[in-house]
Design a binder for this molecule. Structure first.
Ligand code: CU
Length: 148
């Protein structure tokens, strides 16, 4: 004789969660690599890094902050640089900051960090919120291509 309240088998496995791993989905998925700051020789400094977006939607870098002082985002246009208010991180693409191109600009450092130290910056994105990046300070003439 069966118990009248025998449990009904759960429909386990009927709902498969989508979106983890796989091909990226419809959101921006950002990661930051190759960050560094050449050791500053004045109270100004530049910062370089590489932002990758593995997601299927673009995002936008809207501002950068640091406890070392004000930071602005610059683009290099010809021989001069221009401040920009935001830069796109394309879907399945990258936003690269490198010597001679886009760079972070520290306009008035509170102190001058030395090679071997780390500077913390916070990247603020329109959709992904803030990402904190530890930026190692390299020699003033550091070249990421050669590692010196
Ligand atoms: Cu600049």
């Amino acid at each position: 004789m069966r118990h009248p309240l025998a449990p009904v088998a759960l429909l386990a496995g009927a709902l498969v969660l989508a979106g983890c791993g796989g091909s990226g989905g419809s959101k921006a998925r950002l990661s930051v690599s190759s960050a560094y700051m050449p050791q500053p020789v004045s109270e100004m400094a530049a910062g370089f890094l590489d932002i990758a977006n593995k997601g299927g939607a673009k995002d936008e870098l809207t501002s950068v902050t640091s406890d070392m002082g004000p930071v602005s985002v610059h683009e290099t246009v010809g021989q001069s640089m221009e401040e920009v208010t935001s830069l796109d991180v394309p879907a399945h693409g990258r936003l690269v900051f490198k010597s001679g191109g886009n760079h972070l600009m520290f306009d008035k450092l509170k102190r001058r960090p030395k090679q071997g130290e780390t500077v913390t910056v916070k990247l603020h994105f329109a959709k992904s919120g803030a990402i904190t990046v530890e930026m190692p300070v390299k020699s003033a003439t550091y070249n990421p291509a050669t590692g010196h």
